[in-house]
Each structure stands twice: as C-alpha cells, then as structure tokens.
Design a protein around this ligand. Sequence first.
Ligand code: NYM
Ligand code: MG
Length: 207
Amino acid sequence: MTRGALIAIEGLDRTGKSTQTEILINTLKQQGKPVELIKFPDRTTQIGQLINKYLTDKQFQLSDQSAHLLFSANRWELVEKINKLLTQGVTVLLDRYVYSGVAYSAAKGLNFQWCLNPDLGLPKPDVVLFLKFKDDGNMKRDGFGDERYEVDEFQKKVKVMFERFDGDDNWRNLYVDGKGIEEVEEEVWTHVVKYSDGLDSDVQLFK
Ligand code: NYM
Ligand code: MG
C-alpha cells in the first residue's frame, strides 16, 4: 500500500519556511495530489495556546525544560492525525518539527540528547529541507525580532544545533542566500519530486 510522504521544512526564523511550504502545497494540489500542511507549534490547541503566550509575551516565564516539553507535547497531540493522513496516502508537509524542538532548546544549554528524548517514537520525515543562510541573512529580514528567540546571538547558537542533524540521510541543505522565492521554490521541488507520489516503505520513527 502506498502511503503519503512525510516532508519537513526547517530553518531559523525568517528563512522563508512558511512561504515555501505554501508554494509547495499549491504545486502538489495543482497536480491533483492530496496534501496537508501541519505547522509546529500548532498554536490552536490548548498546549499550543500556552506556547503562543510563551513566545509572544516575554513576561510569561517557564523553565527551559517545561517549555521544551510543551513543544514536544504539542507534536504528540498531532501524531495520530499525521499517521492517519499518511496511511490514507496524503502527503504531510511539516512547517518545523522535531529538529526545531531540539535545536532551539539545546541552544539554551539543555543537553542535546535530553531534548530529543521526548520526541523518540514520533514519525521521522522521509526528507527534511533545511533552508539555510550561509551568513546571518535571516536576521536582516523584515519582521525579525518580534518574538522570543529572535535575537541574533541566540539564532547563531540554534544554527549550530540544527547542523548537528546534517549527515542524517534524510537531511538536505538548501542555501537561500541571495536567491529569490522562485529560485528556492525550484530547488525545493528537485528534492521533493521523488516523494510526490508517496512511498511503499513504512514510516520510520525517531529512535
Ligand atoms: N520552536 C518551534 C521551538 O522552540 N521549539 C519547537 O519545538 C518548535 C516547533 O518556536 N522561533 C520555536 C521556533 C520559533 C518559534 O515558530 C515559533 P514559527 O515557525 O516562527 O512560528
Ligand atoms: Mg518565527
């Protein structure tokens, strides 16, 4: 039975993830392929509302560990939905996922493996597109700095943590420096096209 592909788009803040996921969704839809977008954090659930408060209200304090576990819990809230869609043959596009979870928390000094532990058992993406600036271009984009974590020094640390996943066989670096939306879009497609009709293999899990 062919299942849908699980595709994650990752990157620092203001690297174009949401723009690219939206374009990709439309491309797949135009080809008549069933696809669903899931954005993490999903700020609409009860846990998601708490996360939203944490991100937007700098007075709202949580310990780093508690915040981390909330982000992970937010993924576990959606896991049944994700698995069901994949089984139905729907491609699931994730705008941020486990990698953001680990990278942002480990950048605060939490142990990398400790950060990954609560996510073990979640479905592992078939492919991860990491939208990447060689320099700090994302920090110069409009809108940067609005939320918690959107601080230059911190973003540099997050980048280093993201790069620890580089080398995983599902990881694809996609450099966005100096490129227009369409150019990035074309590159995204070259990485995704082979998954666009689904897969016959089982979904892998984080382990
Ligand atoms: N973030 C996102 C985390 O710290 N941990 C997570 O598990 C996830 C999914 O939330 N700065 C952070 C990264 C972002 C922030 O995401 C909100 P977005 O995509 O900027 O709305
Ligand atoms: Mg952001």
